[in-house]
Design a binder for this molecule. Structure first.
Ligand code: COA
Length: 173
């Protein structure tokens, strides 16, 4: 059995990504397409997860995503990600997306998401991740909230597994 890697503070893996929204990213109304925003969220989330785990990570779930306000073509989108809590092989990552008005120097919140990533070895097998050390008041609150969300998520995963095992024999295209 290999030893669990050393614990790290939240700030060591916090990540950021900036994107200017182009017409190719937009829907028919000229707003950023939701699926494209989800891709940006997944990428910045994976960056924080892999930095913390010091390993490859895969997205296990994106369990909460609010689109609070539309993002328009030409907007400067800023995405920030942070490890809320590390469990055994998985981590909850929080992502906050904002639009920066660089003329007024203001930030507008547009989306928040919680994702779970699992650290894997080169064979795709889950491996243990370092514990996370929350330091600030916000980090401690997110750490505690992530524990509650994990309980809800776990119950939902179990419910779906049981449901799948009941329905699976009847599934066909
Ligand atoms: C994520 C995955 C590795 C979990 O496999 P599994 O057989 O359930 O593995 P385990 O039961 O050992 O669980 C591993 C970890 O994943 C977590 N997990 C499993 N399913 C989960 C889900 N739906 N949501 C959140 N976490 C989940 C478990 O809680 C566990 O975390 P822990 O060790 O911190 O407690 C597997 O479902 C998978 O490979 N999925 C595809 C991932 C992928 O390809 N993502 C890219 C999107 S295309």
């Amino acid at each position: 059995m290999t030893e669990r890697p050393k614990a790290s503070p939240v700030c060591a893996s916090q990540s950021e990504r900036s994107e200017i929204v182009f017409p190719a990213d937009a829907n028919a109304l000229g707003n950023l397409f939701g699926g494209r925003l989800m891709q940006f969220i997944d990428l910045v989330g994976a960056t924080a997860a892999s930095r913390h785990a010091r390993a490859f990570t895969i997205t296990a779930s994106m369990d909460h995503l609010d689109f609070v306000a539309p993002v328009h073509v030409g907007d400067l989108l800023i995405l920030k990600s942070s490890v809320n809590r590390a469990f055994r092989t998985s981590m909850e990552i929080g992502v906050r997306a904002m639009v920066e008005d660089f003329r007024a120097q203001t930030l507008r919140h547009v989306s928040t998401a919680y994702l779970t990533y699992v650290a894997v070895d080169v064979n795709g097998q889950p491996i243990e991740v370092p514990q996370i050390v929350p330091e600030t008041e916000h980090q401690i609150r997110r750490y505690e909230d992530a524990g509650h969300r994990r309980e809800l998520r776990y119950a939902e995963v179990q419910r779906k597994r049981e449901r799948r095992s009941i329905l699976a024999p009847e599934w066909h295209l």
